[in-house]
Design a binder for this molecule. Sequence first.
Ligand code: GLN
Length: 204
Amino acid sequence: TLTAGVVAVQGDVEEHAAAIDRAARERGYEVTVHEIRESGIVPDCDLLAMPGGESTTISRLLHSEGIAPEIRAHVDTGKPLLATCAGLIVASSDANDDRVEELELVDVTVQRNAFGRQKDSFEAPLAIDGLAAPYPAVFIRAPVIDDVGDAEVLAAWDDRPVAVRDGPVVATSFHPELTPDSRVHGLAFFENDAAVVPELEDHQ
Ligand code: GLN
């Protein structure tokens, strides 16, 4: 059985836990999902998700609870992380907001709440590298990625990057946990050699 962690200090945690469970089951894996509100759990996790929510709150609690260095260590050892929306903001190298202490796990610069100024939320059929058919991407007060360093752009909408990969990290400005389509979780956790769960065969 795989061990997954969802950063649960704030944000859409249950949706991420359910999406990880569904993505695993659809690929023939069993997974136990832990909600992470304190230090000491992340080191046991094979894969991690950092959800959407409110990035300044998530950042503050990750640092005060001592979870931030554990997430850095997780990624340093090559284990996969999926960071979505506020999670992307926290994982970025520059969030352009003094209240966010970036984890610097994804080499991108972001602007909070900058996407879809006219409409706060929208859904778009998104072409994503590695996926054969468009993905139904839900954007909710999404961050704009306005500078990409070493990260690889996997998808763009309106000429702006909205999904990137940086080593074992996949980050999206949209919310793959809010649609039943598990292919983004598949990309992050199950299908890419660079980000594959260690000893995945042992867990099948
Ligand atoms: N607007 C939120 C922030 O900047 C992110 C939005 C989301 O996660 N849905 O923190």
